[in-house]
Design a protein around this ligand. Structure first.
Ligand code: BG6
Ligand code: MG
Length: 220
């Protein structure tokens, strides 16, 4: 029996896997980086993926060495400003913003969402995907954000499945760590060097199908 044969459910990351929203997070965070005086780099951008709102802000502030210039109140104001800008950008999302191949893949499965985003229910609704998912885990309900395993553990629990019966899909290194820590099979989507800890990897969402995952796992 292969690892694939025990699989009963899938837990999806959202930003960068289901929804083409990573570019909007980048636009909105970049404005904040400019405001605090942190130089934007590709490494900073990649490292923010999967990290929750306040954690992302802390990384941006620290990347420029500005830790002592922003207290909690100032940080909350910056996070609020970023989210207001981001909400404006995502307010026009439509099903056309579902990443390539994901609609067909969803038709094959039993599913939950494990996103660090507090905007996840809104985005899933805008994409017209709410009927697919048994649950969207509320990131505020778990003890710690990605890379901690808590959110992907909760994503298996809401499906009434054991971790080994679940495959998690992610486009971030923090998220792959979360899936692996939860004891689930991890599927990375994106740069295989960034997602080196994933059990199997695909370059792009358009390549992800049930059969492609089974073949990749069977080859391992
Ligand atoms: C993750 C994104 O899915 O959600 C991060 O990859 C983002 O970039 C995080 O910071 C939190 O999102 P939100 O919408 O709650 O600010
Ligand atoms: Mg993501």
């Amino acid at each position: 029996m292969s690892d694939f044969d025990v699989i009963k459910g899938f837990a999806f990351d959202m930003d960068g896997v289901l929804a083409d929203t990573a570019r909007f997070h980048t636009i909105a965070w970049r404005k904040i980086a400019d405001e605090v005086g942190t130089t934007w780099t590709k490494e900073l951008e990649e490292g923010l993926k999967g990290i929750d709102r306040m954690g992302s802000l802390a990384l941006i502030i620290a990347a420029g060495g500005h830790e002592n210039e922003y207290d909690q109140t100032a940080r909350e104001a910056l996070a609020e400003k970023k989210n207001t800008n981001y909400r404006e950008l995502i307010s026009k999302l439509t099903p056309a913003d579902i990443l390539p191949g994901m609609q067909n893949f969803l038709d094959e499965l039993k599913l939950s969402v494990a996103s660090a985003s507090k905007n996840a229910p809104f985005i899933i609704e805008r994409l017209g995907l709410d009927d697919y998912f048994k649950a969207v885990v509320d990131p505020a309900s778990v003890s710690a954000g990605k890379p901690d395993p808590a959110i992907f553990s909760a994503a298996a629990a809401v499906l009434n499945l054991k971790p080994e019966q679940v495959i998690g899909l992610e486009d971030s290194a923090a998220g792959i760590k979360s899936i692996n820590g939860a004891g689930e099979i991890s599927v990375g989507i994106g740069d295989a060097t960034v997602l080196a800890e994933a059990d199997v990897n695909f370059d792009q969402t358009a390549d992800v199908t049930l059969n492609a995952i089974k073949e990749a796992l069977d080859k391992k």
